[in-house]
Ligand binder design. Structure first.
Ligand SMILES: C[S@@+](CC[C@H](N)C(=O)[O-])C[C@H]1O[C@@H](n2cnc3c(N)ncnc32)[C@H](O)[C@@H]1O
Length: 333
């Protein structure tokens, strides 16, 4: 069984390296990491800003959808709660079905999305710092992302889109699951500041096809759930303006990530429904750097997110063995 997981995990590495030998892959990956900002340097810069105040957090009322209007949906693609298959190739139907099944719980901070809620302040700090540095903003002001056009790809119920809007960004949130978008809209409408967020049931490739572009493209904890990580990354790159920023977070494919995100989070602590994660779909930092490079994105910063079980808090770290994030810049064509 373990061998089968290992082989499936290695398939991604093989797929992205199919045109080059193992040695070449390793070499170009090392070069990519070398040309990126060094981790200790990035973290030092980052920590010096980590105490900047976060925007006020929103109350977390639970959002429940009304029962579907059968007459409206009957006979149309919308009748299927997932409503995705017509336009996308990045969609893994099994994966999105899992998210559709728990869409009602997005704003339950003790529910299946508890880890994302608890990670949110740390990942927002990273995003704010990285974007402020790139766009020359003051991370300590009330609205550091004022006017920046940002797309949150795979936004779910909007738990990241909302604080981005509070930081002044002009946010578009997209997700492959229609039900997530409905939940996100209902929750955003509770606050005039977040009601400006534009939510759409769409994929990155659909938006890229429409030639939509953004100053920053953010996709957290999504790439490990898509059918074609490299193609998905290419679409994220296509959505960014030249010199725009792309932020991607995911889970590394290590023994430790298996123990933490599957054995502990799904089976022992019961934080996530069993089967939420497929270890073989996790992406190593080397693979991520490589597919970002191939999508014309230069990786500038990378950091790990580390959970402290004693305090229940997350922090930034140079330990990328489980959860980590990368920020890159779209190269000029
Ligand atoms: C683990 S959740 C992350 C949600 C959000 N990004 C966050 O971190 O708070 C993954 C989300 O990606 C969405 N998703 C999965 N595949 C997708 C795809 N191909 N295109 C767009 N969204 C997708 C799911 O519906 C789900 O809402």
């Amino acid at each position: 069984m373990a061998l089968r997981w290992c082989l499936r995990g290695l398939a991604l590495g093989r797929a992205i390296g199919s045109s080059s030998s193992r040695l070449q892959l390793q070499q170009s990956t090392n070069n990519a990491l070398f040309s990126a900002r060094s981790l200790p340097q990035a973290l030092q810069w980052w920590r010096s800003r980590a105490d900047a105040p976060l925007p006020p957090s929103s109350p977390l009322p639970l959002i429940h959808l009304p029962p579907p209007d059968e007459s409206k949906h009957r006979g149309s693609a919308e009748g299927d709660p997932l409503t995705f298959s017509a336009f996308s190739s990045s969609i893994d139907e099994v994966e999105v079905a899992k998210f559709a099944a728990i869409a009602d719980t997005w704003w339950d901070s003790e529910g299946p999305f508890k880890p994302l809620h608890s990670m949110n302040p740390t990942r927002l700090s990273f995003i704010r710092s990285a974007l402020c540095r790139h766009f020359g903003r003051d991370p300590n002001c009330a609205k550091p992302l004022e006017g920046l056009k940002i797309v949150d790809v795979g936004c779910g119920g909007g738990i990241l889109s909302e604080p981005l809007a509070r930081m002044g960004a002009v946010v578009t949130g997209i997700d492959a699951v229609e039900k997530n978008i409905k939940i996100a809209n209902l929750h955003a409408e509770l606050d005039p500041v977040t009601s400006s967020i534009e939510y759409r049931c769409a994929t990155a490739e659909k938006m890229a096809e429409e030639e939509q572009t953004f100053d920053a493209v953010i996709s957290l904890e999504v790439i490990e759930h898509v059918s074609d990580p490299a193609g998905f990354c290419k679409s994220l790159g296509d959505l960014a303006v030249p010199d725009g920023a792309i932020v991607i977070s995911t889970i590394n494919r290590t023994i430790r990530s298996y123990a933490v995100t599957i054995v502990a989070a799904e089976y022992i602590l019961g934080w996530l429904p069993k089967g939420t994660h497929q270890w073989s779909s996790f992406v190593t930092p080397e693979e991520l750097v490589l597919i970002m490079q191939r999508a014309s994105i230069s990786v500038q910063e990378m950091a790990g997110f580390v959970y402290n079980p004693l305090t229940g808090e997350w922090s930034l770290s140079d330990d990328t063995s489980v959860n980590y994030v990368a920020c890159g810049i779209k190269r000029n064509p």
